[in-house]
Design a protein around this ligand. Structure first.
Ligand code: ASN
Length: 340
């Protein structure tokens, strides 16, 4: 019998309607087990750790990521896989964060949740939960099939640090356009073995330090100098710059001068695109050639969620800005593809 560890953090999956406020509020795990009697018929032993308080994932914090990662570390040897029940709103941030905190995973860590509460008749929660458990327990020749952090939602397992929530209305809430789906659940579960992280021979290491000294500069035509200056001069160690297309920005002299000053003052500036599909390609257009020359870092095809959590991880791990910059451009957990 396989041992699966379930971490319940909250989210719509376990919510009920509060009649006083007429809005959804989180509820305890009993509600889930009562509504999924199939859990007793599964051939696994489930151990459940419910967080207090149970939260809507909009209240997620790095401290809670640490708690999840530590629980996984403590229960790693005795369990075959982990399922984390989590609200969908910030699930991609948590899955990305855990992918960096848990190096060399040999076992699956599967995030899941739902768009409708488990108690509602048309809920997507039951299918999501049961299949997430199945993937967390799947083995071939005594080795887990998945050795990374994934998000299972609406029949698909995505790499956690490649996905983002793109739809708040449909059951298919997530997408991972820059990386293939890892598992497709239909009549059979189809594992895309070529796309899955292998990690064989790697040592499992928990990284606990996170430094959230980050700011974000999202560009738009007409952005004014005061706004750019205040972001670049904040005390953040790194700035994520969300640019146009394949990494382009205005070439106005004031803007490029401000970036140069920020870099001179020791900031890291990581360029990711506002486009969710495709990659930053510094130097493809003249409008990004300047950035490359001055030392702006390329985030390639990384998601915003991966960029934020990767920088928190790197800054927690390295005091040196140069070291953070070095690793920012390298794929550590399959979060980016360098095609250029
Ligand atoms: N607000 C909810 C959450 O993220 C949304 C959901 O789970 N579908 O906790």
């Amino acid at each position: 019998m396989k041992n699966i560890f379930v971490i319940y953090t909250g989210g719509t999956i376990g919510m009920v309607m509060d009649e006083k406020t007429d809005s959804f509020v989180p509820f305890d795990f009993d509600l889930i087990s009562k509504n999924v009697p199939e859990l007793n018929r599964l051939n696994y032993k489930l151990t459940v750790s419910s967080f207090t308080p149970i939260i809507d994932s909009s209240n997620m914090t790095p401290a809670i990521w640490l708690k999840m990662a530590e629980i996984i570390k403590e229960n790693y040897e005795d369990h075959d896989g982990f399922v984390i029940l989590h609200g969908s709103d910030t699930m991609a941030f948590s899955a990305s964060a855990l992918s960096f905190m848990l190096e060399g995973l040999q076992k699956p860590v599967i995030f899941s949740g739902s768009q409708l509460p488990i108690g509602s008749i048309r809920t997507d929660a039951r299918e999501n939960l049961i299949t997430a458990l199945e993937i967390a327990s799947a083995k071939k020749k005594n080795r887990s099939l998945v050795h990374e952090v994934g998000i299972f939602f609406d029949s698909q397992l995505y790499r956690g640090n490649r996905s983002f929530k793109y739809n708040s209305a449909k059951f298919q809430a997530f997408r991972s356009p820059n990386y293939p789906v890892l598992v497709e659940a239909g009549v059979h579960l189809r594992y895309n073995e070529a796309a899955l992280e292998d990690n064989s021979g790697k040592e499992f290491i928990l990284h606990t330090q996170l430094d959230n000294s980050i700011s974000v500069l999202k560009l738009y035509p007409g952005i004014n100098q005061k706004v750019v200056k205040s972001i670049l001069e904040s005390d953040a160690r790194s700035i994520i710059m969300e640019t146009f297309g394949s990494g382009n920005t205005t070439t106005d002299t004031w803007f490029l001068d401000m970036l140069r000053d920020a870099l001179k003052n020791g900031k890291n500036i990581l360029n990711i695109s506002q486009c969710r599909v495709g990659s930053v390609e510094l130097g493809r257009y003249e409008t990004s050639k300047w950035l490359k020359d001055m030392g702006v870092l390329s985030g390639y095809d990384m998601t915003f969620e991966a960029a934020v959590t990767k920088l928190m991880h790197l800054q927690g791990r390295y005091e040196s800005q140069a070291e953070v910059a070095h690793w920012a451009e390298i794929s550590m957990r399959g979060e980016l593809t360098k095609t250029f």
